[in-house]
Design a protein around this ligand. Sequence first.
Ligand code: UD1
Ligand code: CA
Length: 450
Amino acid sequence: MVAVAILAAGRGTRMKSDLPKVLHSLGGRSLVERVLDSCHLLNPERQIVIIGYQGNKIEQALDSRSKVEFVEQKEQLGTGHAVQQLLPCLEGFSGDLLVVNGDAPLLRPETLQQLVQTHQQNQNAATLLTAHLPNPQGYGRVFCAGDNLVNQIIEDRDCSPAQKQNHRVNAGIYCFNWQKLAEVLPKLSTNNDQKEYYLTEVVDYLTPVMAVDVEDYLEISGINDRQQLANAYDILQARIKNNWMKAGVTMINPDSITIDETVKLQPDVIIEPQTHLRGNTEIGGGSRIGPGSLIENSQIGENVTVQYSVVSDAEVLSDSRIGPYAHLRGQAVVGENCRVGNFVELKKTTIGNKTNVAHLSYLGDATLGGCVNVGAGTITANYDGVRKHQTTIGDRTKTGANSVMVAPITLGEDVTVAAGSVVTRDVPDDCLVISRSRQREIEGWRMRSE
Ligand code: UD1
Ligand code: CA
């Protein structure tokens, strides 16, 4: 049985922000959400967030997570004082307590699981995550007898120059036997440089306390300022991209690419430079995305190409070509083997298989059949100033260059629209429709000269 407590009462002064530190966003999720999510493999019995500075904002932000409980630390007198606030609400709890700093968003669920397993197998009083950092500045140093039995943790600012030579640091992630911790929490002093109650002091009263080294020290990176927040984003991105490359995705110049954790890619996807994949996006095998594209909450089929384009909330079926410079949005659906080309915008529009919209068009609130050819500059006039209206175009119809469909309107199958037409009435199947003024030639006409 495991309870999780997340320390999130501090203000995070070094962020220089109105927002509490743990609510800053990292790749679409706040720090505290990330920490909560990293605990999911533990199936925690309780999830407690210790709040203080702007606690109501944190409660609001976690509103949708009904299992999360909040405990208030009215004054922020240190990490030990924060954990002391759990004494009433965990009274009688007989399991283990995982304590995680709210500013450590890069932890892997497997790392926490391993920490708890080691703790339980060895029946430790406490087990803590440690790392050997090239630059340990700012972190508490962990002093062990032998390999991993912890004697003492000394904060950076309380270390002597000799003690600072120890590069083994406290990650701020601990698993405790709660009953044993509860007994010693009242003993904490403020006998340190900051005159705070340090959670790390409990190590002096508990035995055995074991240290577990984290494999990849980047995982324990704490966020204290905006620079560390930006670095954490890069670490997260590197992790996501390396995983996709291992899974068979090609990336050209990965440093210029960003991918949300929620994105799903098939093997043999190729991602070109300056491309950003966000939200609930899926891309099928053989598709080539980029250069210079943004795909957001969209489903892309197999063997699709997307160049210099923005695709959001859209679906593109296999073998279609999008771009350069296309914009698909608002539930646009592009069928198989289509072409949506230069400077074309599709909004809430479905186009059937083998339909081409190659140049300079706006299609909004429209449904097009298959094998339609939309001429350059064709526009659906879908908005009358008050409401949006539908355009429907049947299979194999061709619209001429610079034609306007004034919606609501339906064109049948095999219709040909003459260039420059403004079509205002429905058109049945197999017609040529011309709706423009007839051309006249006035013979012998010249501009009058003075
Ligand atoms: C802490 C550890 C240090 C460790 C480091 C890892 C202590 C005394 N030191 O230092 O050994 O190397 O984390 O990142 O624990 N918080 C509260 N209430 C408080 C004070 C802090 O909830 O009264 C919360 C903060 O919001 C934050 C977390 O605890 O999420 C850590 O606090 P912080 O001040 O960043 O601790 P560090 O100085 O980094
Ligand atoms: Ca910190």
